[in-house]
Write a protein that binds this ligand. Structure first.
Ligand SMILES: [Zn+2]
Length: 387
């Protein structure tokens, strides 16, 4: 077998395309594989009919290395003019539309992504830019979802936003929580993004949704309220964000109490911000002694801190009833206390309480963290040419 035939087989180049020649450029450390289209290559990618050529241009695709030589596929690709679909670039068998990599190379990137779940590591290892790897991942997810079609709507849905580039370009990812399965990926993180998900379903299907986990993002809350009946009782916020809000609430209480105490010359809360924001078990020595002497006391800050500690244990319970017992008492104390100024914390508590009541029969109040989301986001599908 000569090198041209060998590369035709490796690349999956089939008639009417063929490998014209292979240039080994030792000094540059690369192999160039020149591919040419024969009679029948000039077809409309939409309808498959043979069309007259409009123009053509040379394009290059990165392929898997040949014995550490960077391997590039080079081909002159015609654009055709279809009477129905106008000017289009013809499709090539070795690569997806708009990709600068061959399908086999993309498949390798996806394997690496599945193994590492780390875009930076993959881009470094395969000498690609971060954006190129992120692009392959987004295309793979979109391809997988398109192939699968619309998913059945489960009882528990998770909504999360994730950035797809290092900048601030976001996508909305909707998951089936109980199965860690991606239901949909939609551009942006607006109310309309989530609307686009809900409107795929009939009202009778939407009725089946019992819980929607999300972070405290107003557009998602608004969209869910517009599409689900009794949505307020179905929306739950994830642990990460709730604890963040409760941490902020403790800090607000501390600041206000410190202000009051300082006026009377009491500096007991001075320079304690860090202590209240850190889990006591992570503190050592003097810091640990100081927080232990404060946190069981009668200070308002100490009480707020204890509520937060109660809250963080909620996720450890198996049933809603079990979870409610220690949860109710602090809520009662919290809402009854006229001295508590932080409405946000009370709202968070109330909301979770309501959620727990609604879902007493659910096996577990799910922890829906960003890392879990990352796992489910990698729902990938390889390019058609290799799968
Ligand atoms: Zn056409």
């Amino acid at each position: 077998m000569n090198d041209r035939k060998l590369y035709e087989q490796i690349l999956g180049v089939t008639d009417p395309w063929h490998v014209e020649r292979v240039d080994l450029r030792l000094e540059q450390g690369e192999v160039l594989i020149h591919v040419k289209g024969g009679v029948g290559a000039e077809k409309c990618p939409e309808c498959g009919r043979s069309c007259p050529r409009y123009d053509s241009s040379e394009r290059r695709w990165r392929h898997l290395d040949t014995c550490q030589y960077r391997t590039i596929v080079v081909a002159t690709i015609p654009r055709i003019k279809c009477p129905e679909h106008d000017v289009r670039q013809v499709r090539v068998p070795w690569s997806e539309e708009r990709s600068r990599l061959t399908a086999l190379f993309e498949a390798l990137v996806i394997d690496w992504l599945l193994a590492t779940e780390n875009i930076s590591a993959v881009s470094k290892g395969l000498q690609l830019t971060w954006e190129e790897v992120a692009g392959i991942r987004s295309r793979a997810v979109a391809r997988g979802l398109k192939r699968r079609g619309r998913a059945d709507l489960p009882a528990s849905v998770g909504v999360d936003e994730t950035s797809i580039t290092r900048g601030h370009e976001y996508i909305t990812v909707v998951n089936a929580l109980s199965e860690s399965r991606v239901l949909d990926v939609i551009d942006h993180r607006t109310e309309q993004s989530l609307d686009a998900f809900w409107t795929q379903y009939e009202p009778s299907e939407l009725m089946k949704v019992e819980m929607v986990a999300m972070d405290m993002w107003a557009p998602y809350i608004a969209s869910t309220k517009n599409h689900l009946t009794e949505a307020e009782g179905k929306i739950v916020f994830d642990k990460f964000h709730i604890l963040k809000h409760l941490g902020e609430a403790v800090d607000k209480v501390r600041r206000s109490e410190h202000r009051d105490l300082s006026k009377a010359g009491d500096q007991i809360l001075a320079k304690t911000r860090y202590l209240w924001l850190t889990h006591p078990e992570r503190l050592e020595g003097e810091a640990r002694e100081r927080i232990d002497s404060l946190r069981w006391g009668a200070l308002r800050t100490a009480r707020a801190f204890r509520y937060k500690e109660h809250a963080s244990r909620l996720w450890g319970y198996i049933t809603g009833l079990e979870a409610m017992a220690p949860w109710r008492a602090p809520l009662q104390a919290r809402t009854d206390s006229s001295r508590c100024s932080n409405d946000q914390a009370v709202l968070v508590w109330r909301n979770q309480c309501r959620h727990v009541r609604h879902h007493q029969r659910h096996v577990r109040v799910r922890e829906f963290t960003h890392s879990a989301h990352q796992e489910t986001c990698l729902w990938l599908s390889k390019p058609a040419a290799v799968s």
